[in-house]
Ligand binder design. Structure first.
Ligand SMILES: Nc1nc2c(c(=O)[nH]1)N[C@H]1C(S)=C(S)[C@@H](COP(=O)(O)OP(=O)(O)OC[C@H]3O[C@@H](n4cnc5c(N)ncnc54)[C@H](O)[C@@H]3O)O[C@H]1N2
Ligand code: MOO
Length: 378
């Protein structure tokens, strides 16, 4: 049996399936881009004036005669004489042969003659943002799979992309299993229970923007296999609850093998959630099968599935806990806590006691530490 840490390492190696879709640019912040952005023109596309001032052909001339004016958004004009100049605004195209742009604060202008009064020597090329200096036309500005931040949005807008192809979240199908399970609107017979797991999983997934559907599987290998094959036509990930431990009708491991899945791991040395199973198929489909007890399903989903599917294995905060139970010698424990105190409960089938928990702490097998990694639940 592997440890929770080993399970996490194995999960990190499983590629998260994703889809692609075209979205309006303004709706793509924070997503991964699924195409590359290529420069349609040089960046910048022309020699761009970086200051309001004058454009001169010869910085060594004692004064410059102002021949005219050049605004941003106007086609470029030429400076006619060697000691000529054009008044130029930031963002305008510097005329061909411009040696420098001198900012207006460094000039005295009288009767259309400009004289330099700045304190530092003039430099060739000053305040000209040269065409192609940032990137030449045809170069890749944003690589595929880059996370889209505000800069990438601005770059895509600059090359005229109103819509871009992005990676969208995988489609998830949730199955409950077991002949004892009935739907929410049914009245359970004495030996039956309503499914709590599906709603719990679905609500979290929907709140995180996943497409998630659900259905129920009876304890029949044939029906389980047929249903799994069917939902995989339109889904990328299957979540299952129940049917993964040692009972005579715990059919999930064998049916998954029949459906072409390879087990990544089955069983983790932990409580709750020991019989958890993860399997992958060569076409990229992934199955997480959670042990059916409601708290086992919840813990495995929270501790393993959510960090995996969001690609976010953030470090846990540490919490000091009063009166921790003696650690188990063999199994890591996920312990419900409320305000730093352990909650007494009747095991992983007891939803009611866990409802007070603000989070879980992780007590490793044999570890007597009082400060433990804490995972909030709310
Ligand atoms: N001989 C062994 N027995 C068990 C072992 C073991 O290692 N050896 N592991 C135990 C542990 S730990 C757990 S957890 C459970 C998990 O078993 P399964 O994944 O096979 O789950 P089921 O037997 O189908 O169901 C367990 C329990 O959960 C209830 N359940 C199932 N689905 C739902 C649902 N959608 N909503 C609410 N409750 C659900 C089900 O009725 C059972 O009471 O196995 C131990 N046994
Ligand atoms: O993992 Mo089972 O979690 O204890 O009841």
């Amino acid at each position: 049996m592997i440890s929770p840490l080993e399970a996490i390492e194995l999960l990190k190696n499983i590629t998260i399936p994703f889809r692609t879709e075209k979205l309006p640019l303004a709706k793509t912040l924070g997503m991964n881009i699924a195409e590359k952005i290529v420069a349609d023109r040089d960046f910048p596309p022309f020699d761009r004036a970086m200051m309001d001032g004058i454009a001169v052909k010869d910085i060594s001339a004692p004064t410059w005669k102002i021949e005219g004016m050049l605004f941003a958004g106007e086609p470029v004009k030429a400076i006619k004489k060697m000691d000529g100049s054009l008044e130029i605004m930031t963002g305008a195209t510097a005329p061909r042969g411009t040696e420098a742009i001198i900012k207006i604060e460094d000039l005295k202008i009288e009767k259309k003659i400009a004289t330099y009064i700045g304190k530092t020597p003039l430099e060739k090329g000053q305040f000209i943002h040269l065409q192609g200096a940032d990137a030449p036309a045809g170069s890749v500005l944003v690589k595929k799979r880059t996370k889209i931040g505000p800069v990438e949005i601005a770059i895509a807008a600059t090359v005229g992309k109103a819509h871009i192809e992005v990676e969208s979240k995988p489609h998830v199908h949730i199955f409950s299993t077991g002949d004892e399970i009935v739907g929410l609107h049914e009245t359970p017979k004495d030996h039956q229970i309503r499914s709590s797991n599906v709603m719990m999983l679905k609500s979290v997934l929907l709140s995180k923007g996943f497409k998630a559907n659900s259905s129920h599987l009876p304890d029949s290998a044939e029906k389980i296999k047929a249903n799994i094959d069917k939902v995989l036509e339109s889904n990328d990930i299957i979540l299952l609850s129940g049917g993964v431990s040692a009972g005579k009708k715990d059919l999930i491991p064998s049916v998954l093998a029949e459906a072409g899945f390879e087990t990544v791991f089955h069983k983790i040395s932990q409580k709750p959630g020991k019989p958890m199973l993860v399997a992958t198929r060569s076409d990229g489909k992934v199955v997480f099968a959670f042990p059916g007890n409601p708290i086992s399903t919840l813990t495995c989903f929270w501790v393993y599935f959510l960090p995996w599917v969001s690609g976010d294995w953030a470090e846990y905060n540490v919490k000091e806990i009063k009166f921790l139970p003696k650690p188990s010698a063999e199994l890591d424990q996920w312990i419900p806590v409320e305000n730093g105190e352990v909650l007494a409960h009747n095991g992983s089938g007891d939803l009611i006691s866990w409802s007070r928990a603000d989070g879980l702490v992780w007590q490793k097998a044999g570890d007597k530490a009082k400060k433990l990694p804490y995972i909030p639940l709310k």
